[in-house]
Structure formats: C-alpha cells, structure tokens
Unconditional design. Structure first.
Length: 139
C-alpha cells in the first residue's frame, strides 16, 4: 500500500538527506542571549539559527519567527538564553535518512528546517523545506 504523503516522492525514493541538505550555517552558541540572536537574525535576514552546545554538538535550531516573538529589549530577552527559546531540540536528521521519510517527518513535526548530525551529534548540514522541494521536484 502506498502512503499518500510519500506517493509524490516515489521517484526520489533512493535519495537521502545528504543529497538535499544545505551547509550548516549560520551557527551560534546555545548560551547566546535571545536579544543577541534577534540582532543577528535581523541584521543578516536569516530564516533560522542553528545552536551548538559548549562541546560543539548540535543543540537545536531556532527560527526567525520564534525569536521575533520575544519582545524587543526587555529584561527577559537580555537574560533568556537562546537554547530556552529553541522549540525543537531533537531528534535530528541523519545523512542516510531517505528523503520521502524526511519529508513526512518534517511535515508531521511542522519543521521549516531540520539539523542534520553525524553519529556523535555534530552538525553536518541543515535540511530545509526549500532544499527538500528542490531535490524532490527534480526527481
């Protein structure tokens, strides 16, 4: 039986996340304040920031919309760390994950971007809806 969510992607059934992921930029430490992260997002017109912990491993991803939902220059924004604002702290995608499954997972979890990590939790890329769409539409 064909799942209706993955049927349009049947031609890309052998493609993996590694084929469609983008570079893992931009990245910031998860101990950065929300106000600082908002400044970076605004100044560089970024859709998201990938978070790294003190050991350099992926600690999540925070979207522009989520950051901008914090009021401007408030006590809470100056004291709140971006790791507390990140909505999704895993699990993360891995390079060998098949694209149709990744598409379903992103839809179910309502993700715009999904960090891709290696076996040790280090960031190797980011799978975005745009990257997913570009690759699947080409197949």
């Amino acid at each position: 039986m064909v799942d209706s969510r993955t049927a349009p992607f049947a031609a890309a059934s052998t493609a993996t996340v590694a084929d469609a992921m983008d570079r893992p930029d931009p990245q910031i430490r998860d101990a950065t304040t929300v106000d600082r992260a908002k400044s970076l997002v605004r100044a560089n017109d970024l859709p998201y920031l990938v978070l790294r912990d003190s050991a350099g491993r992926c600690a999540g991803l925070v979207t522009r919309d989520r950051l901008l939902s914090y009021p401007a220059r408030t006590w809470s924004g100056e004291r709140t760390l971006v790791r507390e604002a990140a909505g999704d702290a895993g699990p993360y995608a891995w390079r060998s994950l098949k694209l149709p499954l990744a598409a379903v997972a992103m839809e179910v979890r309502d993700l715009e971007a999904w960090p891709v990590v290696d076996d040790d939790g280090y960031l190797v890329g980011v799978l975005t809806l745009a990257g997913l769409g570009r690759h699947l539409s080409a197949g």
